[in-house]
Design a protein around this ligand. Structure first.
Ligand SMILES: [Zn+2]
Length: 327
């Protein structure tokens, strides 16, 4: 195996038209940050006789043109490809053309290698930011490669009777609105904006009134904005406040009381302090899971007792905690 072939094989490039392949270390400055990279240089040339314009065997070589592209990284270091592409000129019609490699994408500095790596990582549920960091490209490049050629339909075929609304933080801290089918959990809408105005306009413009009237329930969190939106978009829908968000609020309220009680306890070695501090999870248990018969070793308190007894330590001594113990 020649040296050219060895380098191409190591870089997983399957193009036999590349010659004089060499790799060297280099440093570049990108937005003030110095980066150590590898530069792979190669000539791309092959025999071409027939002119693509006039079809005659009149092509002759006409110098070379440099192209820069990015290769996929396999050890965290950026690999830049500098390709000297052969140019050809037709002696008959004067038109020019150049050598082409399947590795390159037209009008793109990313090679197919990089594109495939991005698709593979996206399939493994890596976030855009982590893909960008691992491959060494910008988040916008990753987003462009993943989403540029995807045209999502403006609306779903049939609006389900039961919907769920929520929002999540996507790339660059932008909030995205999401609507799913409450029964099948299939995605219904994804709007890259969570403003009530945008959401309302989207549904009103894409779904007829009769379709919207058919929606029976919409599950939401305790966001007051969406309550107004739901009434406007779906006149017959009933609003359901999601159980998860209610439980979450209750848990937070319970924890606030627990922490304020903890701060008032001066004896850090008392069983009350240990029960509230080390065994806080027990206070979040559903009633059915609280065992008052089975004795086991409880860490923190360091004795054999039941879960109910540990919970009672705080409930008996702190009346405020007893009142707030909802779960
Ligand atoms: Zn020609």
């Amino acid at each position: 195996m020649s040296q050219d072939n060895s380098i191409l094989c190591a870089l997983d490039i399957k193009d036999n038209n590349m010659r004089n392949v060499s790799v060297k270390d280099a440093t570049i400055k990108n937005r003030g940050v110095i980066k150590h990279i590898k530069i792979v240089s190669a000539d791309l040339t092959y025999k071409l006789y027939r002119c693509p314009q006039c079809g005659l065997n009149a092509l002759v070589k006409n110098g070379k043109r440099k192209t820069n592209a990015r290769l996929a990284s396999f050890n965290g270091i950026e690999y830049h490809l500098v390709l000297n592409k052969q140019r050809y000129i037709c002696k008959n019609c004067g038109s020019t053309c150049g050598a082409h490699s399947d590795l390159l994408i037209k009008n793109h500095t990313m090679t197919k290698q990089v594109q495939n790596r991005i698709f593979d990582m996206a399939r493994e549920s890596f976030t855009l930011t982590s893909i960008a960091k691992i491959i060494g490209v910008s988040v916008n490049t990753v987003s462009r490669i993943l989403y540029d050629n995807i045209k999502l339909p403006n609306r779903c075929n049939v609006l389900p009777e039961n919907l769920c609304f929520d929002e999540f933080r996507s790339v660059n801290g932008i909030f995205t609105f999401i609507a799913i089918d409450a029964q099948t959990h299939h995605l219904i809408e994804l709007i890259h904006d969570r403003l009530s105005k945008t959401v309302t306009e989207h549904f009103i413009n894409n779904y007829s009134l009769s379709e919207r009237q058919a929606v029976k329930t919409v599950s939401i969190d305790l966001n007051a904005n969406y309550q107004m939106v739901v009434h406007r978009i779906f006149p017959n829908a009933q609003i359901i406040v999601d159980r998860f968000h209610i439980v979450q609020l209750c848990s937070r309220a319970l924890d606030q009381v627990r922490i304020s009680c903890l701060k008032k306890i001066s004896d850090k070695h008392s069983s009350l302090y240990k029960a509230l501090k080390s065994n806080w999870r027990l206070y979040h248990l559903p009633e059915a899971d609280v065992d008052d018969k089975k004795v086991k070793y409880i860490f923190g308190i360091n004795e054999y007792t039941t879960t109910q007894n540990v919970i009672d330590i705080a409930i008996d001594r702190l009346p405020i905690f007893k009142n707030r113990q909802i779960l």
